[in-house]
Design a protein around this ligand. Structure first.
Ligand code: HEC
Length: 99
């Protein structure tokens, strides 16, 4: 329960158009498919090459190919990126636009 409330709070923080249920789905997808070979500490390191939400989306799409499932819909990739952004990267409003 507490985790749900945290995600709802993150949805508010990450602003425009992000739904708590998208974050919830992104988290579920991530926990199911992505955590098999790295722990979330991967996303907290200081020397991450990821500089904005566009790069985060690209990285998520690239990494998706390394999972056992391999195919994800655009929506699902988006939800995973939103989740990682809200939980770790915090690039501000996730407009999907590049610089
Ligand atoms: C086959 C193993 C594997 C799977 C499956 C995997 N990853 Fe990773 N991921 C890695 C490794 C290893 C690194 C660290 C690479 C490095 O040190 O540059 C990494 C790094 C990342 C990074 C970059 C972290 C940063 O800030 O520099 C992101 C984002 C990421 N993974 C997302 C995902 C997502 C999303 C999924 C599921 C769709 C996923 N990964 C599935 C192995 C995996």
């Amino acid at each position: 329960m507490r985790r749900l409330r945290l995600l709802a709070g993150l949805a508010l923080l990450s602003g425009a158009g992000t739904q708590a249920q998208d974050l919830e789905r992104g988290k579920l997808l991530y926990d199911t498919h992505c955590n098999e070979c790295h722990y979330e500490r991967v996303h907290q390191r200081l020397r991450s090459d990821i500089k904005d939400i566009g790069e985060l989306r690209e990285e998520v799409a690239r990494r998706a190919l390394e999972t056992k499932r391999r195919t994800f819909s655009f929506d699902e990739l988006d939800d995973i990126a939103e989740y990682l952004n809200a939980s770790h990267y915090r690039f501000g409003a996730a407009t999907g636009k590049k610089r």
